[in-house]
Design a protein. Structure first.
Length: 72
């Protein structure tokens, strides 16, 4: 079995639960994560893939009536 190391510029996060929501500026999608750090990490990954990052991060779950962003 081969193990590949991934060098990542994005944050490494812990698993402490403190739910946060990331919102894309144009309102195209939202992303709920376990904590703020994980929302910031997904935002970073979105930028790496040339997608729009989250411009607003708020405490709590995202609205259910908004489209969910793909998990990165």
């Amino acid at each position: 079995m081969k193990i590949h190391l991934i060098f990542d510029e994005c944050l490494t996060c812990d698993w402490k639960s403190n739910i946060h929501c990331g919102k894309v500026a144009d309102g195209s999608c939202v992303f709920t994560a376990l904590n703020r750090c994980q929302v910031e990490r997904v935002s970073c990954r979105r930028e790496q893939k040339k997608l729009k990052p989250f411009t607003e991060i708020v405490k709590g779950k995202c609205p259910k009536d908004k489209e969910k962003c793909a998990k990165m």
